[in-house]
Design a protein around this ligand. Structure first.
Ligand SMILES: [Zn+2]
Length: 375
């Protein structure tokens, strides 16, 4: 049995429902301590964070990840108990197997392989591990990054262990993600009887030109890394439910997934202009839920591509798709960051699993990336 599989199983036995670490980080910290890492706990609220570092030199290469898992869902739909890791037909089943305890184990063993083979490597290696990724993510990576910034500790290269692979191991890695902004528009009119048009102001009619302009607008054309920014309306509400009343207001909720060509300020400015030209009684508020980030082609993308080429004999697709990850907190510090992990087909589902072979391939890939960066 491989050491990576061993450690994965040990981590999977801990019932680390977000934000409870349930002892996973102790397993990791013990392993790293034995390899001369300096262990630092950075706990905030009920969240446990581990910062472990070996070496003081630049560049700093960091493995980032989370020990918390999402709830199991209906237990009766699991073929085997979610916290009793079980191997069947070459797959390891348990909550967190793919997202992302397998990656955590692979990071540890990759580190061990690399350090043993190259005592004299340059730079430093660190682990940034949180138990608040699947939850609100207020006390996890974001806080650790704040603390590191306060003392001028800077990550140069970061691999996040999120399950990025699509059909086969290593076929896809994430090099960034789009930004996301929500807009909340209320148009005010004057309520009244439908039979007296001179006495009402219909906010639904007032929306018509605004709607055409907002949906016809070309926000940008995307770029080498991102598809064009998209505008979508998710909710529209107006009306009292009866046939003979013009409503007094209309509420619209929309979202833009935006590329690195745009800033939230630019989006707000352009949409406010369109609304303002067509209404003199409205309210428009915003919520930015994430800024876009991108790791442009360079040292880290090359290191990852070469490692995967050696291990899988294929180059990965560099993608900016998918949902959010803690990468959004690390990338803005200027770190080159890539998400690379196992196949994500079963994550957050019942009967979550990871291919046992993938664990060793992942460990091998991580160690080759370390070689490509720190030798
Ligand atoms: Zn995850």
């Amino acid at each position: 049995m491989s050491e990576t599989l061993d450690i994965t199983i040990a981590l999977l036995k801990q019932q680390s429902l977000t934000p409870d670490d349930a002892g996973c980080m102790d397993i990791m910290a013990d392993y790293l301590k034995q390899r001369d890492f300096t262990i630092e706990w950075m706990n905030f609220g009920n969240t446990r964070n581990l910062w472990a570092r070996k070496g003081a030199e630049a560049p700093l290469f960091c493995f980032a990840g989370h020990t918390d898992v999402v709830p199991t869902g209906p237990l009766e739909e699991w073929n085997t108990p979610p916290f009793e890791p079980t191997i069947k037909d070459g797959c390891l089943y348990a909550r967190g197997a793919a997202d992302m305890k397998g990656s955590l184990a692979a990071m540890l063993t990759a580190c061990d392989t690399f350090i043993n083979a190259h005592h004299d490597h340059k730079g430093s290696i660190a682990f940034l591990i949180t138990s608040d990724e699947e939850g609100p993510a207020h006390d996890g990576t974001v806080k650790v990054i704040e603390k590191l910034s306060d003392r001028n500790e800077k990550i140069d290269y970061c691999i996040v262990g999120e399950p990025s692979s699509y059909k086969t191991f290593g076929d896809m890695v994430r090099v960034g993600r789009r930004g996301s902004i929500n807009g909340y528009l209320t148009l005010f009119g004057k309520q009244g009887h439908v039979a007296y048009p001179e006495l009402v102001e219909n906010p639904i009619h007032a929306l018509s030109p605004i709607l055409s302009l907002l949906t016809a607008e070309t926000y940008d054309n995307g770029n080498e890394y991102f598809p064009p920014t998209s505008f979508q309306i998710s909710n529209i509400n107006a009306g009292t439910g009866v046939e003979n009343v013009v409503p007094g207001q209309l509420n619209l909720v929309f979202n833009l997934r935006f590329s690195s060509e745009l800033t939230p300020e630019e989006i707000k400015r352009r949409i406010t202009y369109i609304v303002d030209q067509n209404s003199d009684d409205y309210e428009l508020t915003w919520q930015v839920s994430g800024l876009p980030f991108i790791t442009e082609k360079g040292t880290l993308t090359t290191a990852v591509e070469q490692a995967l080429l050696e291990v899988t004999e294929k180059k990965p697709i560099l993608s900016t798709g998918g949902g959010t990850s803690d990468g959004r907190f690390i990338a803005p510090t200027g770190a080159q960051l890539i998400e690379l992990g196992p196949i994500n087909a079963t994550i957050h589902k019942v009967n979550e699993c990871v291919n046992v072979d993938e664990l060793d391939l992942l460990s091998l890939t991580y160690s080759k990336i370390l070689e490509n960066i720190l030798l």
